[in-house]
Design a protein around this ligand. Structure first.
Ligand SMILES: [Zn+2]
Ligand SMILES: [Zn+2]
Length: 221
């Protein structure tokens, strides 16, 4: 079954409408997708977005369309930038680390300079925040889990990643293989090769930001 649980539309930084993405997903033979635009606690469009997805679900019954979102980690404690109502209404809740949290204060992040000066701290904060997001009841999937490792040239420890998979397994959560951050998939694939049982804790997402991204993700591979 072809499933893609990560894509964006004009509701956030994508270039195409939800309906455009749905049509192309059908063309490509996808059977289940989640629309997962970036949200913030302040995103007032969430209800409109939710209703639009639900009505498209009725219009295109040949594909299963889920309401999702991608929200960033707010601190090392793994809270995400979404309200309780958004979490209740979404079928697929993706948590992501785009910037590395500095401490347990909300919306406080390490700067690029601070990361360069103290890579051990940055790595530890990445690890703690990721682990806590996995444990967070309002998170189903961790987006591009090792993206920050590559982005900030941090050194990953295989055993730490194995432990993240163990936590994901315990909490029945998924780590994402991404068509957008291919290089950082390698870390996950290395662990999977050694521990194939963690395949149950893998989710697949194109992270497409336009219909061309979607086509590329399924036609090239
Ligand atoms: Zn992301
Ligand atoms: Zn994304």
């Amino acid at each position: 079954m072809m499933i893609d649980l990560h894509m964006h539309t004009t509701y956030s930084d994508g270039k195409n409408s939800i309906e455009d993405m749905v049509k192309v997903a059908i063309e490509l033979g996808l059977e289940k997708i989640a629309i997962t635009d970036h949200i913030w606690r302040s995103s007032e469009w969430f209800d409109k977005y939710h209703n639009e997805i639900v009505s498209l679900r009725q219009k295109y019954s040949q594909i299963d369309i889920l309401v999702g979102f991608e929200a960033k980690a707010l601190s090392i404690n793994g809270e995400i930038d979404a309200t309780n109502i958004m979490c209740k209404k979404a079928d697929v809740k993706i948590g992501a680390i785009h910037r590395i949290p500095k401490d347990d204060i909300l919306d406080n992040y390490l700067t690029r300079y601070e990361i360069k000066e103290n890579k051990i701290l940055a790595y530890n904060n990445w690890l703690i925040a990721t682990k806590n997001m996995i444990k967070n009841n309002d998170v189903d999937i961790i987006a591009h889990p090792c993206m920050a490792i590559d982005k900030y040239s941090l050194q990953i420890n295989q055993e730490d990643l194995y432990n993240l998979f163990k936590v994901a397994n315990k909490y029945n959560k998924k780590l994402e293989i991404s068509s957008r951050y291919k290089r950082s998939n390698i870390y996950l694939l290395n662990v999977l090769e050694q521990y194939p049982m963690f395949i149950n804790n893998i989710s697949y997402g194109s992270d497409a930001h336009c219909v061309e991204d979607l086509k590329k993700a399924y036609r090239d591979e």
